[in-house]
Ligand binder design. Structure first.
Ligand code: OGA
Ligand code: MN
Length: 295
C-alpha cells in the first residue's frame, strides 16, 4: 500500500477476505472485519466459501454485543435455542451462555452441563441437527480452556477399505437421554425426553454442500441399529478414537475478541479441561444455526 492509499472502509466488499490458514486440515483466522456492522452480501458469500473450505473460522479482534452476534449469525440461516428450557417453561432466547459457573456464579469443576468436554457434534440428537455453532469469548482463563476440533471427513477417508464397506449403510440412534448417560450428567428429565425423542442418522454422512463423506458419531450416540450392544459400542468408540487422533485435530487457543464459527457436519469438537476450572472463569456467548436432515 502506498502512503497516500486510503484504508479500505470497514467491511467493504473487497471480494478478498484477509484470511490465514491455522492448520492444514481445518481452521483459518480472519482479520479486519467488524462483525458488529451489517455485512454486504458479497462478504457473506466470501465467508461462506471460507467456511466450507476451512470448517473452523476464527474472526479476530471482535467486540460483539449479544444482539450483534445474533444478527451476524442470522446471515447463515435460522437460529436454534438451547434444549434446556427456562424455569417458566419458555424456550430460551437464541443466544445463550456457555460457562463453568455454579448457581452462585462461582467457577466449578462440575458445571451444570459437562457434556461439552466430550467429543460431539452439536444437537445430533435432533432429527435436524445444527449446521454451525458460533462461540464468542467473553471471559477466559489466563491460559487453557481450549476448544478442540476433529476432522471427520479426514477420519472417514483414512479408514481401511474394509471398514468403509462395513459401515457404509449403518444407521445410528442418537438421543439426549444417551448423551446425558454417556457423559455422566444428571439423567434427562421426563419433559426433556418428551421434547427430544431418539432420532436415527446415517453413520456415514454426506456433507450437503461439498458432497464429502464424514463420520457422524460422538457422545450423543446411543447405538447402531441391528447390531449387538457391545459390538455397537466398540465400533462407535473405535470410530471416535480414529477420527480424534492428534493429527486430525486442531486445538483452538482462545484470545479475547475471538468469535469462532464451526461446521458441525464435518467436525467433532470438545472443550478441554486444561485450566483450573474450580478457580478460573470461562464464559462464552453461543449461537447455533439450524441445519438440514442428514443423509
Ligand atoms: C458448544 C461447545 C465447547 C467449548 O458450545 O457447543 O461444545 O469449548 N463448546 O466451550
Ligand atoms: Mn458443542
Amino acid at each position: 500500500m502506498t502512503l497516500n492509499a486510503q484504508a479500505p472502509a470497514p467491511n467493504a466488499p473487497s471480494g478478498a477476505l484477509n484470511i490465514k490458514a491455522l492448520a492444514p486440515l481445518m481452521g483459518a483466522e480472519i482479520f479486519d472485519l467488524d462483525l458488529s456492522q451489517p455485512l454486504d452480501a458479497d462478504l457473506v458469500a466470501d465467508i461462506n466459501d471460507a467456511f466450507l473450505a476451512h470448517h473452523v473460522l476464527v474472526f479476530r479482534d471482535q467486540s460483539l454485543p449479544k444482539d450483534a452476534q445474533v444478527a451476524f449469525s442470522e446471515n447463515f440461516g435460522e437460529l436454534e435455542s438451547h434444549v434446556h428450557r427456562l424455569r417458566s417453561g419458555e424456550k430460551r432466547p437464541a443466544l445463550h451462555v456457555v460457562n463453568n459457573l455454579d448457581e452462585n456464579g462461582m467457577p466449578t469443576e462440575r458445571p451444570r452441563t459437562t457434556g461439552n468436554y466430550f467429543w460431539h457434534t452439536d444437537k445430533s440428537y435432533h432429527a435436524v441437527p445444527s449446521l454451525a455453532t458460533l462461540l464468542y469469548a467473553v471471559e477466559l482463563p489466563p491460559s487453557g480452556g481450549d476448544t478442540l476440533f476433529a476432522n471427520t471427513k479426514r477420519g472417514y477417508e483414512t479408514l481401511s477399505a474394509e471398514t468403509k464397506q462395513q459401515i457404509a449403510d449403518l444407521r445410528v440412534e442418537h438421543s439426549w437421554e444417551a448423551s446425558r448417560l454417556n457423559t455422566g450428567n444428571t439423567p434427562a428429565t421426563e419433559a426433556e425426553k418428551r421434547d427430544r425423542p431418539p432420532v436415527v442418522h446415517p453413520l456415514v454422512r454426506t456433507h450437503p454442500n461439498t458432497g464429502a463423506k464424514t463420520l457422524y458419531v460422538g457422545m450423543h450416540t446411543s447405538h447402531i441399529l441391528d447390531m449387538p450392544e457391545d459390538k455397537s459400542r466398540a465400533l462407535l468408540d473405535m470410530l471416535v478414537d480414529h477420527t480424534t487422533k492428534p493429527e486430525l485435530v486442531y486445538r483452538h487457543q482462545w484470545r479475547m475478541g475471538d468469535l469462532v464459527m464451526w461446521d458441525n457436519r464435518c467436525l467433532l469438537h470438545r472443550a478441554d479441561k486444561n485450566y483450573d476450572m474450580a478457580a478460573q472463569r470461562r464464559l462464552l456467548h453461543r449461537t447455533v444455526i439450524k441445519g438440514s436432515l442428514p443423509f
